[in-house]
Design a protein around this ligand. Structure first.
Ligand code: ZN
Ligand code: MN
Length: 482
């Protein structure tokens, strides 16, 4: 393996989360619907119908292109891609060919450290970015072939990277970052299991450090990031075996069989000429003037990797924290609002988020903006802990109480009498009570089992419902037992 490097390019199809399909008024998302219920004469390719372009699909495509730093064409065209397949009722797919919506662009992919290698940035170039319609879906059921046209006409962006990835792991990292970006931008649900994000991988190998490209194979039908990783790993191993045995790599199309964990040879690939592309005569070109483009892009948010770096630079967060806090846009907004409300020490806010708020999010399957524990309330609770108004364990339980009730932390503290008891005489009285009730433990302690101190403190805390200042309780107990 060390004598070779892999050369991988990914072709992704991204389902845009528009309300309706790209050329008709049918609902775009059919995930929960029975087969062939979201269809009409346009998306099933009946004679005499005309497509009408969905403006929202263009706008989401422009947002994505811009986030990938791609060049956006002021004038782009639709083309017919002709091929014959049962799930394509028109006999052609409306796509974009030579004058696509956008071209060029890149993603600076941060690759985390692994196997003793330090972290690095892999620049992944984007060759082409275009809009197209999805085809239907065929399924084998016994001796029958079933066709579901629901997905016909669902808006897609096809995005093709250059041959820039060098391992199965880098390919997986790219897909994770792409999924993060798509959700961050709000242009796709990017759920691979639901086919919102689909990926074909082109794989070849060459001697490490070589600059030329060898014939590649194409892997199709991979439905999860883990499957992409496994399939590419298997294919790299296979190609190395072939080359070492003195065989040539042939340009096969391979299909990943998820259940068996193996790649199978499919048809040999069609070439571009087989598709007989020509301009779609039923659609006008997309004219993206400066005003429209500016209007679309004014809502473009700060990008996740930019925000990740800013969290490190501006707040002094470790990369680990910055990465998790920017995994999702709502969460990163939540963090910034909480830091603002708290006013200092972003790392302290980050700790509360990473330990407690994230657990809360996982358990409730809410997003950060849906929490009743608002950033303002979180900041208030941390401040209550800072000033000693409540002890740390009360602060932690307050998080849950605020989330359940939606009430302000100070209100809950007052109503439930949760304020930390730092009154020496009140704690002393409870300490005396505990010692009087535990003669055996007192004896063992005096005989040298000093580890019992923790137990005594625990008993005092229990009797005072967690409100005692534990440090003060320990001091008093030590004094009384001495
Ligand atoms: Zn339709
Ligand atoms: Mn395509």
């Amino acid at each position: 393996m060390n004598d070779y490097e892999a050369v991988i390019g990914l072709e992704t199809h991204i389902q845009l989360n528009t309300t309706t399909k790209i050329f008709c008024a049918c609902k775009a998302d059919s995930w929960f619907d029975p087969p062939n219920t979201n269809i009409c004469p346009v998306c099933t390719g009946m004679p005499g119908v005309l497509p009408v372009l969905n403006k929202a699909a263009v706008e989401k495509g422009v947002v994505l292109a811009s986030a990938m730093h791609a060049e956006i064409r002021p004038l782009s065209y639709f083309d017919r891609k002709n091929y014959f397949y049962p799930d394509l009722p028109k006999g052609y797919q409306i796509s974009q060919y030579d004058q696509s919506l956008a071209f060029g662009g890149y993603l600076d992919l941060p690759v985390p450290p692994a196997n003793g290698q330090p972290a690095y940035i892999r620049k992944v170039s984007i060759h082409k970015l275009h809009l197209e319609e999805d085809a239907g879906k065929t399924k084998n059921a016994g001796n029958e072939r079933l066709i579901d046209f629901n997905r016909c006409g669902v808006p897609l962006v096809e995005m093709v990277t250059g041959p820039d990835l060098r391992s199965a792991d880098e390919a997986a990292q790219y897909l994770m970052r792409l999924r993060q970006l798509l959700r961050w931008l709000g242009v796709s649900e990017a759920d691979m299991e639901k086919g919102h994000l689909r990926c074909d991988a082109n794989v070849s190998i060459r001697p490490r450090g070589a600059a030329y490209l060898n014939p590649k194979t194409e892997i199709k039908n991979v439905n999860s990031i883990e499957a992409v990783r496994s399939a590419i790993e298997k294919e790299i191993e296979r190609q190395i075996r072939e080359v070492e045995a003195g065989h040539r790599i042939e340009a096969w199309t391979l299909e990943w069989d998820e259940d068996a964990g193996v790649l199978r040879k499919m048809r040999s690939k069609e070439t571009e000429a087989d598709y007989r592309y020509f301009r779609e005569p039923d659609l006008l070109p997309i004219r993206l003037d400066d005003a429209w483009k500016a209007d679309i892009l004014k809502a473009l948010p700060e990008l996740p990797l930019v925000r990740r770096q800013r969290f490190m630079d501006a707040y002094g967060l470790p990369e680990y924290d910055a990465d998790i806090l920017t995994s999702e846009r709502n969460l990163s907004n939540y963090f910034e609002s909480a830091v603002k409300a708290y006013g200092s020490d972003p790392k302290r806010v980050s700790n509360y988020l990473m330990n407690d708020v994230l657990r809360m999010l996982n358990e409730s399957s809410k997003t950060a903006d849906q929490l009743r524990l608002t950033p303002l309330f979180l900041a208030e609770i941390i401040k209550l802990a800072d000033t000693g108004a409540v002890n740390t364990s009360t602060a932690k339980s307050l998080l849950q109480k605020v989330e359940e009730s939606g009430k302000a932390p100070a209100e809950i503290v007052a109503a439930e009498g949760l304020a930390k008891v730092s009154d020496d005489s009140a704690i002393r009285a409870v300490c005396l009570e505990v010692l009087a009730e535990s003669p055996k433990e007192v004896e063992s302690y005096k005989a040298g089992k000093v580890t019992l101190m923790g137990w005594f403190v625990g008993q005092v805390m229990k009797k005072m419902r967690g409100k005692a200042d534990p440090t003060l309780a320990r001091t008093i107990l030590e004094e009384l037992l001495a």
